[in-house]
Design a protein around this ligand. Structure first.
Ligand SMILES: NC(=O)c1ccc[n+]([C@@H]2O[C@H](COP(=O)([O-])OP(=O)(O)OC[C@H]3O[C@@H](n4cnc5c(N)ncnc54)[C@H](OP(=O)(O)O)[C@@H]3O)[C@@H](O)[C@H]2O)c1
Length: 190
């Protein structure tokens, strides 16, 4: 793939929490379906998307759901040799985000790169020059959390129109299990 762009996808509650005890603090099936649709769908059916995650996020995914199906999976850890011996052979393992991005930069079979958490990886990706769009589900409720989404900063602007999106992203309020949320998109402006 040429012109590397990183897309972030996360769901955060009112206090910007994203996790608790290495799990997601809420159960929102339709929100999870949105995550799967966004990270899985490609415009070119011969290509796949890549999901990049931190080692703790990998650990947090129940074994029956990992690696994430229909996507290439890449895990970041400071100890790549240790992790490589425990993950399936088709899961890529790298010691830094930069190393990972460089390694996949020439892979023509990858359509989009999605950064899927957790907190450290989001922070590094937001500050990465290739970070282009942030898909943040804004949950309008507070949950008890121990892991948080980092500050987005002024380099991004919130889109008020989703019509340019290749994969439709509803702009209107979503509601599930008495929890209301919005699918927000932030785009890099500088
Ligand atoms: N709500 C959401 O959208 C969402 C999304 C994803 C995750 N989560 C939640 O977030 C929590 C997990 O996130 P987390 O922030 O604790 O952990 P994480 O970012 O998933 O993983 C942290 C680990 O990644 C590795 N790592 C971090 N920075 C690295 C770097 N620059 N280079 C190489 N490796 C690096 C290290 O692994 P080693 O220790 O192996 O060196 C580190 O311990 C869970 O509760 C999960 O459910 C929520």
């Amino acid at each position: 793939m040429s012109n590397i762009r990183l897309n972030l996808i996360a769901a955060a509650c009112e206090n910007m929490g994203i996790g608790k005890n290495n799990d997601i603090p809420w159960k929102l099936k339709k929100e999870m379906a949105y995550f799967n649709r966004m990270t899985k769908t490609t415009i070119d059916p011969t290509k796949q998307n890549l999901v990049i995650m931190g080692r703790r996020t990998w650990d947090s995914v129940p074994e029956k759901y990992r690696p994430f199906s229909g996507r290439l999976n890449l895990v970041l850890t400071k100890q790549p040799d240790v992790l490589k011996s425990t993950v399936p052979s088709d899961v890529m393992v790298f010691g830094s985000l930069d190393e990972a991005v460089k390694a996949v930069a020439t892979n023509e079979n990858i359509e989009k790169i999605w950064i899927i958490g957790g907190s450290h990886i989001y922070k590094e990706a937001i500050n990465h020059p290739c970070c282009d769009q942030i898909y943040l589900t804004e949950i309008r409720k507070s949950f008890d959390c121990d892991t948080f989404f980092p500050e987005i900063g002024e380099g991004f602007k919130l889109l008020d129109d989703h019509s340019a999106e290749a994969i439709p992203v509803p702009i209107e309020k979503q509601s599930e299990n008495d929890v209301e949320y919005y699918f927000r998109i932030y785009k890099r402006i500088v």
